[in-house]
Design a protein around this ligand. Structure first.
Ligand SMILES: Cc1cc2nc3c(=O)[nH]c(=O)nc-3n(C[C@H](O)[C@H](O)[C@H](O)COP(=O)(O)OP(=O)(O)OC[C@H]3O[C@@H](n4cnc5c(N)ncnc54)[C@H](O)[C@@H]3O)c2cc1C
Length: 354
């Protein structure tokens, strides 16, 4: 299938997985009809920080052991994707600031991963950001972690998809729609498991609620990303973002002031001037698979493909997931990472055993 411009694929979901996959298919000459219950800016993808962070994610909260090469492979697809979208990619890098013992542990984990983490002294730290307290004398800097501005990238993906003849509709795709679908269907449905009755692989996903705080304006915004124990701060949308809570098992979108106070507390040691008032709360729900990596490729139901389960790294992993799912539909070689992300890996032998 593919290449003729006459074949249609229905993609469900307008987060970064649905849009990146829809784009991959449209670029392969396939007609794409994208249906989503939530507009792109209101998805988990729309509220995310947009860090493309293989180094600090592997060192601070690895999605899975030995996932570094996979994360790097996807990050390295971003320059080309960003160029096709006409959006800028921030390759300034990221810095960690905090207690010596925490920095030492981080430095050791980066070194064990074979990644560069170089020290930076006060002068360089102050050039990175205003508002830094005087408590910590050094930072650890990695050039490996990049960033994309999510809202701009989502808008650019929609524009490019439409330029290539794809359509974007608002609506909810139901079990009945799936049962009667005659075209291939890509489920990029995030943490939503309403379709698991026909696609049992979706049952392996669990939700992790995330709250992120945006402060308009102010003197604080750093260049690049600054990580502290338990939080990060970065400039975004003319202000700055402080993120993010990780609330496993929760899929509600309610603001939770206690969790937010904890998040601000994690930043306060490094940024004592961080405000307690004036934050705008944004909430998204991440979908996590049991091994922390996405399900990308053909589902057990014929004609259904999955692009779900990104946990904390949906932005980072989107180009790789899009490439694998596109290849699964067009019949091209999906590359070396496809087997690792096989959607059937938790269900093939029952009960998640491989
Ligand atoms: C606070 C926060 C910060 C984050 N920061 C980062 C970061 O810095 N870097 C990074 O890489 N990742 C980050 N993430 C993770 C990342 O945002 C997610 O992994 C990613 O957004 C998941 O994208 P998705 O397309 O799978 O799902 P979503 O963005 O959740 O999109 C799902 C889409 O599916 C639609 N949908 C679901 N079911 C149906 C249905 N039945 N019919 C129609 N439509 C349906 C929804 O309406 C929505 O449009 C963050 C997440 C959060 C919450």
């Amino acid at each position: 299938m593919g290449g003729s411009g006459t074949v249609s694929v229905i993609v469900i979901g307008a987060g970064v997985f649905g849009l990146a996959t829809g784009l991959g298919l449209a670029e392969a000459g396939i007609k794409v009809r994208l249906v989503a219950a939530t507009a792109p800016d209101l998805t988990a993808s729309g509220v995310a920080a947009g860090m493309l962070a293989p180094a600090f994610e592997m060192a601070l909260d690895p999605p899975a052991p030995e996932a570094l090469d996979l994360l790097l492979a996807s990050r390295d697809l971003w320059p080309d994707l960003a160029a096709r979208l006409g959006v800028s990619l921030d390759r300034t890098g990221a810095a960690a600031i905090g207690p010596e013992a925490w920095l030492d542990g981080l430095e050791a984990r980066l070194a064990a991963l074979g990644l560069e983490g170089r020290p930076a002294g006060r002068a360089e730290m102050e050039a990175m950001s205003s508002g830094l307290g005087s408590r910590f004398p050094r930072a650890l800097v990695t050039p490996q972690d990049w960033r994309i501005e999510p809202q701009a990238a989502l808008q650019a993906m929609v524009r490019r998809l439409q330029d290539l003849g794809g359509t974007l509709e608002t609506g909810t795709f139901t079990l009945r729609d799936l049962e009667h679908a005659v075209s291939p269907v890509v489920l990029a449905t995030g943490a939503d498991r309403r379709l698991e009755g026909l696609v049992p692989e979706l049952a392996s996903l669990s939700p992790i609620k995330g709250q992120i705080l945006w402060q308009p304006g102010g003197a604080l915004p750093p260049t690049g990303v600054i990580r502290t124990p338990g939080a990060y701060l970065l400039g975004s949308g003319g202000g700055f973002l402080a993120g993010a809570t990780m609330e496993a098992g929760r899929s509600d979108l309610a603001a939770d002031l206690e969790a937010q106070a904890e998040l601000r507390g994690s930043l306060a040691d490094v940024f004592p001037a961080v405000a307690t008032e004036g934050w705008v709360t944004r909430v998204g729900v991440r979908a996590a698979s049991p091994d922390g990596l996405p399900l990308a490729g053909a589902a057990s139901r014929p004609g259904v493909f999955l692009a779900v389960g990104a946990r904390r790294n949906g932005w980072l992993l989107a180009p790789l997931v899009a490439k694998i799912v596109t290849a699964a539909i067009t019949g091209e070689d999906a590359g070396r990472w496809a087997a690792r992300l096989d959607p059937l890996r938790f269900t093939r032998h029952g009960n998640g055993e491989k």
